[in-house]
Ligand binder design. Structure first.
Ligand code: SF4
Length: 402
């Protein structure tokens, strides 16, 4: 087992590493090994925070990083999420595993680009494409079609594990993706620009900037994680029985933190300071970090806004419509929002909350704080009504000048 297996536990090589290690999962669970608690944390953070990164923040290049525990926590998490018996939970878990993995991939590629020099094992784009059998479907723009070898025109094959990657060399800005692969990796529901008709298409290949290619690959990771879930687990004792209390804890946590229904009123003046700060930051044109944009989107979905409303609400910010639609897709289910935004504690850890006016005393998360504010307000004008009024005034103004 090596660090790359722990970083990317859905890779085939990681599965083999688990099999080769001949570790008994029931035994791990029975002895309450560290992997079990980490597996539980993985699911909890996936469902509540949209990431599976450990709150301890240990990184693979730290000496006390528990490679084996980290890797084994993945199959444990998959068992736990199966036992939750909830389709939205599975979707959310798979999306969080994929989002976390792709954050790591971006970090690895930055290393390969020479933008930073951390001596940890990294994957290359070649590795990722090979993993999903896409090596012949994607090539860096300006390079010859791959003939069983390189992506991007450099040396072939998977970089030796632990080498720091380097198989793809400096990354290209644009790639050509075979149209079949493009259609299976992407969805028109991500926004207009993802519709094939809006992409440059030549010789059976779609032209994609690197960021879009990575977003498309994130869906391949989501699919890989999603595969085989939920497991069928016998409920006659064994591992399901051993994990019963962990599953009960997760269910309790979810029911405590799942709202009966969204507040369904949009009153920006009553938003908690953390969300106002994020909106103002985006209005200044600054990019939000992934935890920041996740927290903001989860909050806006949580108060009952539709993706269209969020796009309109964020029209004058650095947040782009496609990114908003992509993120909100995983935050909504048929009943509206299933999972609330991260807790105040988590947001404080990310530096998003500064606990203004000490109001952590009154709420566990921004949505709970907002609900209290709404309940205490005398009169509220919903932003949606204001927007509708402004729209009809503009129409009347236009008619008057016709
Ligand atoms: S205490 Fe909670 S609601 Fe208030 S600013 Fe911090 S994260 Fe937001």
């Amino acid at each position: 087992m090596d660090v790359l297996d722990a970083k990317y536990p859905f890779f085939a090589s990681a599965r083999e590493a688990v099999a080769d290690a001949a570790v008994s999962l029931p035994e791990l669970v029975a002895t309450d090994a560290p992997a079990v608690e980490r597996g539980r944390e993985r699911v909890e953070r996936a469902l509540l925070d949209g990431t599976v990164e450990s709150e301890s923040g240990r990184f693979p290049d730290e000496s006390d990083y528990d490679t084996q525990g980290e890797l084994l926590s993945y199959p444990i998490a998959r068992i736990l999420v199966s036992l939750l018996d909830s389709e939205p939970a599975i979707e959310k878990y798979a999306a969080a595993e994929a989002a976390t993995a792709m954050d790591r991939v971006r970090g690895d590629l930055a290393t390969d680009d020479g933008l930073r020099s951390v001596p940890t094992p990294t994957v290359t784009l070649d590795d990722l494409l090979d993993e999903f059998d896409l090596e012949d479907a994607v090539r860096a723009e300006g390079t010859a079609p791959r003939s069983g070898s390189a992506v991007g025109g450099s040396a072939a094959g998977r970089a030796p594990v632990g080498s720091g990657g380097g198989g793809a060399g400096p990354a290209a800005d644009h790639y050509r993706v075979a149209v079949g692969a493009y259609l299976s990796l992407t969805s028109p529901s991500w926004g207009e620009s993802w519709r094939l008709v809006n992409r440059a298409l030549a010789d059976g290949a779609v032209r994609l900037p690197r960021d879009d290619l990575l977003r498309a690959l994130e869906s391949a990771v989501t699919e890989r994680v999603r595969e085989g879930l939920p497991f069928e687990l016998a409920d006659d004792g064994g591992i399901a029985a051993e994990l019963e209390s962990g599953v009960a804890d997760l269910k309790r946590l979810l029911s405590e933190r799942t709202y009966a229904g969204p507040v369904d009123v949009v009153a920006p003046d009553l938003f908690p300071p953390c969300m106002t700060n994020l909106i103002e930051k985006a209005e200044r044109g600054a990019e939000l970090s992934p935890p920041e944009s996740f927290a903001l989107m989860a909050f806006l979905v949580g108060i009952g806004m539709t993706p269209d409303e969020i796009v309109s609400f964020c029209a004058d910010t650095s947040l782009d419509a496609e990114g908003i639609r992509y993120q909100t897709e995983y935050l909504r289910d048929d009943r509206g929002t299933q999972y609330p935004p991260p807790t105040c504690e988590t947001l404080a850890n990310y530096g998003i909350c500064h606990n203004e006016d000490d109001h952590m005393q009154v709420a566990v998360d921004p949505l709970a704080y907002y609900e209290k504010q709404v309940a205490a307000a005398d009169e509220i004008t919903d932003w949606r009504e204001r927007r509708a009024d402004e729209g009809s005034e503009n129409e009347e103004g236009a008619d008057a000048t016709d």
